[in-house]
Design a protein around this ligand. Sequence first.
Ligand SMILES: [Fe+2]
Ligand SMILES: [Fe+2]
Length: 170
Amino acid sequence: MSDFRTPPIKRHEALIPLSRDHYVGLVHANRMKKSATADRVARHKAIAEFLDAWKSEIEPHFRDEERLLIPLIQDESDRRRLLDEHARLREGAGRAANERKSIDPDPGFVEGLGRDLEQHIRWEERVLFNSIQDHATADQLEHLSKLTAEVERARNRGRIGDEQERSGDP
Ligand SMILES: [Fe+2]
Ligand SMILES: [Fe+2]
């Protein structure tokens, strides 16, 4: 995770609020992956915590990306990938709500959902966001900065971030 916490490429300020959301996503992805080899209590906890974050932060983040970034993405294949992966993860969140009710949530499912979420975020951080900040005009980035500043104000930050910063996990 060190590559994410100390990004090698400078993130444009317009994208920083969305990059901060990614930290929350990675925490939950990691917890779900780890819970796959733990007991059912750990899996229930990982799923319950993911679903809370999904509702309050992750799904709103997906909607913000679709609203704010899609118009700035140059490659049709990148636009497609963003939307396809969001759709797949929304499906995963739907299934997670069912798995939460089962006696022993499926380890393979929980592991896969964690991995899908992590890979999606890593692609955005390593490829998509760099491409957006390299190709957008100064005006577009200025406009985006205003909109993402609103996103930042609307987020309920701190809970997971602070706790994880202190423990050094993930
Ligand atoms: Fe995304
Ligand atoms: Fe994202």
